[in-house]
Every structure is written in structure tokens, then in C-alpha cells.
Write a protein that binds this ligand. Structure first.
Ligand code: G6P
Length: 742
């Protein structure tokens, strides 16, 4: 039942009860009035007949009965009797009821000391109906001659009461209905006004004095939605699909990300599909499998052109096609300027505190702008409605959100920045900082891994943009456009589908040791990364060296396998790193070879996910030593791989993951001494403690998986759409700063 109906029912019931009570009260009141009225009339009748009565009584003539009959001419007086003061019947009209004999009445009156004859009445229910008996003294000059008893017909009272009740009920009903309608109308008007004020308040326009209240309401709404979320159970592909269907009416999702999830490459054995080493792909590919739609990406594989249809699309995953990859082709010049240049020599080092100097070239910027425009156009070709849901990914596409918004003003654009967002001072290094920030503010939501990155973004907006920042609502407001800025810590699928075909942990341990030529009981650590200077690979190898120096018991017993996927090899800094890592590994191996031990196993090639997961399962520890990392999904993959709940994660404090995975051994990767202590602690850790830590981390990653990450962004987007639709903003998106400043 809807609220107004419920209210009406309650109101009518209350008024009904009220009417019931009122009716009872009114009945007894009217009865009292009527009885008083009767008594008065009988007194008048006896008073008027007094002379005749006295005369007939004192003369003892036989006309007394006639005088009594005169009195009964009143329509309500049925019969009458004249009694002596000693209780003898003197005369009576025809039909006077013998039940009311003079004597019995006199006895009654005498029993009731408080009543005089003249004021005495009594009601009685006879088979013919209700009657009232009243006594009246007949006075002459001396003592009373006697008294007259009158019998009144009260049956009319019942009829009157019925009529009164009907009228009363009708009146109450009309009154109740009227009152209910008036109250409903008033409540509706008040509710409308209240919700309008609340909406205005929640959307950030609340007067200052109401801000604390708004804060409380928001906290309550957040808490309730979190509770609702817990009640609906864990996030999985099914729930994500249902969320998309329920909140966003199942509209298909378009993802824009530079790196494609499936790369077709030519090999001597024909065309093969490769899964790139990319945290972004690790996270988003399962989301796309769950949601379906289109992934717009750079077609960078050597056989990519040969595998697309006429519209540059290919259905994936191979063999279980559930979504499309739309490939966008770049010239070598474009790739050099946009990808290697501005994205990876400019923005990447700008955002990571890892001692690489950002390089900003005007020519690279020109390509970055043009390529963003090219991808934005491809996205607009792939959407199937005027208000599509578009997920823009990472630093390659800072300008695309606004470019898309200009073409699709009603789109819901969720932009996620997969790397750290630096502090305001550092952002200021970029000559095109205003354009970058303005481009991102074309989004509906900009997501970062941590609150710290959100705060840094707000500081940058504050420093370089003309806009209003509503920190309470986590939003940046430019004209009528609002961009939410929120933390959404990214994660991995759960369970990881790659694990399905893998051998048990014991088998992985045995076979990996055998393949590496290590003793069956060798202690093994692993590191899995792209060859990137932000990952702290050199520092990691040096920590292993320190371990062997300070903890001699591990010499000849401990090996460290570093799987390093070549990455961005056209960039000098990456080529230098490649050479550096090789040098460091060789130096350490040479040093320990004297003791008959080459502890570092450096595997510099691309490893497909099943191979990576075999290493995770074979290892005694995994060391993630990033110098700066938005999240780092290797840490979460290691946890997911260990269904035996063994193995220890040693994790850099400079990763986003260190905030979630607090049961890892968290270290400063620059501090080799501390890192080597952690490695030794990991190798000495009792199995029970390993299991306890791993169990708790697995619980966390399973719950906070990537379906939840995507689900929460989509739910927030749906909420935003709902609010914007309500406030009519979708139809009036104001034009803002130009996109590229080119
Ligand atoms: C990081 C970035 C991703 C990128 C990945 C691999 O995780 O955030 O956007 O895909 O590195 O880098 P690559 O340049 O090979 O795509």
C-alpha cells in the first residue's frame, strides 16, 4: 500500500473510533434530555389538571378517573393512577398496569431516602416497549391529598436514538474524509517542499547553517547503502550484470583504454593471441566479460589488422565471445608522440615519485590532443544511445572525457586514473596542466585508487581551474556541470579464472623448481612485473643481496625468480633500466657464486597469465617493491593464487595495495636492511601464521573484488544520472572551457 493510502486508512480508523466514543456519549446525553423533557411535560400536565384533581379527590366524586384520563391526552402519557399517601389505589385510567401498584411504588420511594415523591422517576422495559414511571404529589392547602403516577411511553426514544446514530455517523464520515483530504494535501505540499530543499541541500546548495545536517544525512544514506550492500551478498559477474540492468537499464558499456585486452601477434606458428602485462587489463577484462559492450583500444599487435572485421572490430574472448574490441589504428608518428612521448615520458614520470624526469615536448602534446580526439570519435561511433555509459581509462586519455562530452552532452562518463595523482606542486610542472584537468572534468565521475589522490586532484583543481569545489559532496562544480571525485580502490576478479586449469600447489612447487634447475627443497621468492622503473626491481634484487649478507643461513637455500616483461622499450629510460637490472642481477650472482650459489633467476620475457600463476603458487614469498604504485594488482593476484593459504607477501608501503593488505609484511623498499629483515621473517614464518595472514587477505580480496569496484562506480553513476534527470540538468549541459587548448 502506498503511503497516502496507509495514512488515509489510519486517519479514518481513528476518526471511526472517535465517532464510536462520541456516539455513546451523545446517546446517553440525549436520553437524559428526553427524560428531563418528559418529566417537565408531566409536571405541567399534572399542574394544569391540579384544580380538577383536588376537587374530584376532596369531593370523592367518581370523576377522578376522568381527570386522570384528561391528563393522558398528552400523546406520550399512556396511563395514570391516583394513590393515597398510604399506598392505596384511589382511581386509575383504563389499561393502567397493575405491575406498578401504588403500594409497591411507595415502598420503592421510601427505600430510596434521597428521593421525594415529586422528583421520583423509574424506567422499565416491558414486552410492549420501554416506559417511564413518574410520581407527582397532589397538593391542596394542607398536607398532600395523595400522589399521581404517570406511565410514559419511551419507545420513541429508541427510534430517535437510531436516527441520531445514523446522522452522527454520516457527519463523522464526511468530517473524517474532509479532514483526511485536507491533511493529505497539506502533507503532500510540505513533503514536496521538504524533498526539494533536501535535494538542493544534498546537491551542495544547502545554506551554511544546514551543512551539519546535510553531512549527517549523507553519512546515514552511505551507511544504509553499505548495509544494503552487505545484505545482498558478495559481488560477482552475475551481480554486476544485475546492477547494470537494474540501475542503468542494461545499457551497454563502452570502455576506452589504450591497451587492448587481446593482442593478435604473428609468430612462426601462425597468428597467436597474447594477454598483455597490464594491471588495467587484469582488472577490466573480467568486468567487460560480465557486462558486454565494446572496448575501444589501440590496435598495436602485428596481426591486429588481419583479425578485425570491416568496422575494425573483433569479438573476444576467443572461443567464448561476449564483447567486442574496436581497434583504432595509429601511425608511428602518432604512437611516438601520444603513447611513448606525452603519456609515458611526460605524464607517467610526472605522476610517479620514482626519480625519472618528466619530459614534455610540444610536438608530443600535439599528437596527444589529436589522438585523444581520434579515440573520442571512435567511442562516439560505438555508442548506441544519447546517454551512454562510457568508462574512460587512465592517463592516456585525460582529454577524451571533455571531447566526448562535447559530442554527447548527456553521456555518463566514468574516468578512472589507474596511477597516482601527484600533489599540486608537481602537477604544476606540466605545461598543459589546465587542459589536462579541464579534460578530466568533462567526466561525470573521476575515480582514483585512494583518498589521498582525490585530495591531490582537488588541490590541483583549486590551484589551476576556475571552479567551485564542494569537498563535502566530493565534487567539482563548473557552471551547471558537476564532476564527482571519489576513491575506488581497484582489484581483481574473484575467483581468478586462470586458476581453473592449474595444477595443485605442490605440483607447481615441484615443477617450477625442476624447470629452474633448483633443489626440490629450495626456498623460492618471486617478483612479477613489467620492466618499469617505478616497480623498484633493482632495489628488490639488492634487498635479496642484503638478506644473504645478513642472514647466512639462507645462502645456498634461497633463490629469487624475477619475471620481467619488457615494456615501452622505445623509451631510453626503460632501455637503461633493462640494462641496469641485468647488471645488478649479474653482480649479485657473481658475488654469491663464490659460495656456490646464483640466487637471482632473471626471466626477461613476456609470460602469459597461466605461467605467472604457476610461479605465484610455487613461491614461498612474493616481494612487491614498487617505489610508487597506484594500487599494484600483482600483490592481489599472489593472494588469489594461494588457495593453500600459504606463502608470504612482502609489500612496499608505497603501493595503494598496502592500505588494504595489512597482513602483508609492509616495508620501505629503499631501506634494504628493513626489506631483508622482512624477507628473512617471511622465510622463517611458521605455517600457522602464514595461513592466518593469507586467510585474512584472501577474505578481503574476495570481498573487495573488481566486480565490486565496477559495481560501485556504476551505482554511483546511476545515482548521479537519477539526480541529474530530476534536476533537469541532462538537458541543459552548459558549454565549458575548450578541450585542447591546441
Ligand atoms: C599501467 C598503466 C596501464 C597500462 C599498464 C601497462 O598499469 O596504468 O594503463 O596498460 O601499465 O603498460 P602499457 O604501456 O604496456 O600498456
Amino acid at each position: 500500500m502506498r503511503l497516502p493510502l496507509k495514512f488515509l486508512a489510519v486517519l479514518l480508523t481513528s476518526l471511526g473510533l472517535l465517532a464510536g466514543g462520541g456516539y455513546a456519549m451523545l446517546t446517553s446525553m440525549t436520553r437524559e434530555w428526553f427524560e428531563k423533557d418528559l418529566r417537565l411535560r408531566s409536571q405541567l400536565a399534572v399542574g394544569a389538571a391540579r384544580m380538577g384533581l383536588v376537587e374530584a379527590w376532596t369531593n370523592r366524586s367518581g370523576v377522578l378517573a376522568e381527570r386522570l384520563t384528561d391528563i393522558t391526552r398528552d400523546e406520550r402519557i399512556m396511563s395514570a393512577a391516583a394513590c393515597s399517601m398510604t399506598g392505596d389505589l384511589v382511581a386509575a385510567t383504563d389499561g393502567y398496569l397493575r405491575d406498578f401498584s401504588c403500594r409497591s411504588v411507595l415502598e420503592r420511594i421510601q427505600r430510596d431516602v434521597a428521593t421525594e415523591i415529586d422528583a421520583w422517576t423509574m424506567t422499565s422495559d416491558l414486552p410492549s416497549g420501554r416506559v417511564q414511571l413518574s410520581g407527582h404529589l397532589v397538593l391542596d392547602d394542607g398536607p398532600p391529598l395523595g400522589f399521581v403516577l404517570l406511565v410514559h411511553d419511551l419507545s420513541f426514544l429508541g427510534r430517535r436514538e437510531e436516527a441520531t446514530r445514523d446522522l452522527l455517523l454520516l457527519a463523522f464520515f464526511v468530517l473524517a474524509l474532509g479532514a483526511a483530504l485536507v491533511t493529505l494535501l497539506a502533507a503532500k505540499l510540505a513533503w514536496r517542499g521538504w524533498t526539494r530543499d533536501l535535494q538542493r541541500a544534498l546537491s551542495g546548495d544547502a545554506p551554511r547553517e544546514f551543512q551539519p545536517l546535510v553531512r549527517d544525512v549523507r553519512a546515514l544514506v552511505d551507511r544504509l547503502s553499505r548495509e544494503a550492500e552487505t545484505r545482498t551478498g558478495p559481488w560477482d559477474p552475475e551481480r554486476l550484470r544485475a546492477t547494470l540492468l537494474q540501475h542503468l537499464k542494461g545499457e551497454r558499456v563502452v570502455i576506452l583504454a589504450n591497451r587492448e585486452p587481446y593482442i593478435h601477434v604473428k609468430t612462426p606458428h601462425g597468428i597467436r593471441v597474447q594477454h598483455p602485462a597490464s594491471g588495467l587489463v587484469t582488472a577490466l577484462e573480467p568486468v567487460m566479460r560480465a557486462c558486454s559492450g565494446v572496448w575501444v583500444a589501440h590496435g598495436g599487435g602485428s596481426a591486429d589488422r588481419e583479425t578485425v572485421d570491416t568496422r575494425d572490430r573483433v569479438a573476444v574472448p576467443p572461443g567464448e565471445e561476449s564483447y567486442l574490441v574496436r581497434r583504432v589504428w595509429l601511425t608511428e608518428e602518432e604512437e611516438n608522440g601520444y603513447y611513448y612521448g606525452f603519456s609515458n615520458e611526460g605524464l607517467w614520470p610526472l605522476c610517479h615519485i620514482a626519480h625519472a624526469r618528466p619530459i614534455f615536448r610540444a610536438d608530443d602534446w600535439k599528437h596527444y590532443v589529436a589522438v585523444n580526439r581520434k579515440f573520442a570519435a571512435a567511442v562516439c561511433e560505438e555508442v548506441d544511445s544519447e546517454d551512454p555509459i562510457i568508462l574512460v581509462q587512465d592517463y592516456h586519455f585525460a582529454l577524451a572525457p571533455r571531447m566526448i562530452r562535447e559530442r554527447l552532452p548527456r553521456a555518463t562518463i566514468l574516468t578512472f586514473w589507474h596511477i597516482p595523482w601527484p600533489n599540486g606542486e608537481r602537477v604544476g610542472i606540466c605545461p598543459w596542466r589546465e587542459e589536462i584537468i579541464s579534460g578530466l572534468l568533462g567526466s561525470s565521475i573521476v575515480g582514483f585508487h585512494t583518498q589521498q589522490h582525490c585530495n591531490n586532484f582537488f588541490d590541483a583543481v583549486d590551484a589551476f581551474m576556475e571552479s567551485r569545489i564542494d569537498r563535502e559532496a566530493h565534487a567539482v562544480i563548473q557552471g551547471s556541470h558537476r564532476t564527482l571525485v571519489r576513491p575506488y580502490p581497484i582489484s581483481i576478479e574473484w575467483p581468478v579464472h586462470w586458476l581453473a586449469g592449474l595444477p595443485p600447489v605442490e605440483e607447481c612447487r615441484r615443477s617450477i623448481r625442476q624447470e629452474l634447475g633448483l633443489p626440490a627443497d629450495a626456498l623460492l621468492g618471486v617478483g612479477i612485473d613489467r620492466l618499469d622503473y617505478t616497480k623498484g626491481i633493482e632495489e628488490r634484487l639488492q634487498a635479496v643481496d642484503e638478506l644473504l649478507t645478513r642472514y647466512p643461513e639462507f645462502r645456498g637455500r634461497f633463490w629469487f625468480a624475477q619475471l620481467a616483461a619488457p615494456s615501452r622499450t622505445k623509451i631510453d629510460r626503460y632501455r637503461e633500466l633493462n640494462a641496469r637490472v641485468e647488471t645488478v642481477a649479474n653482480e649479485i650472482n657473481e658475488k654469491w657464486q663464490k659460495h656456490g650459489h646464483k640466487p637471482i633467476v632473471l626471466l626477461r620475457s613476456h609470460h602469459e597469465p597461466p605461467a605467472v600463476f604457476r610461479y605465484y603458487r610455487a613461491a614461498d614469498l612474493c616481494y612487491v617493491s614498487s617505489l610508487h604504485d597506484g594500487m599494484n594488482l600483482v600483490a592481489k593476484e599472489f593472494v588469489a593464487a594461494r588457495d593453500d593459504e600459504k606463502g608470504v607477501l612482502v609489500l612496499s608501503q608505497f603501493t595503494g595495495a598496502a592500505r588494504d593488505l595489512t597482513e602483508a609484511l609492509v616495508v620501505n623498499p629503499y631501506d634494504f636492511r628493513q626489506a631483508s629483515d622482512a624477507l628473512a621473517a617471511a622465510l622463517n614464518m611458521p605455517v600457522a601464521e602464514q595461513q592466518e595472514r593469507m586467510h585474512s587477505m584472501r577474505r578481503l580480496v574476495s570481498e573487495f573484488n573488481v566486480y565490486r569496484w565496477a559495481g560501485r562506480m556504476l551505482v554511483d553513476a546511476a545515482e548521479l544520472r537519477r539526480r541529474e534527470r530530476m534536476s533537469g540538468r541532462l538537458s541543459s549541459v552548459a558549454p565549458q572551457r575548450t578541450t585542447d587548448g591546441a
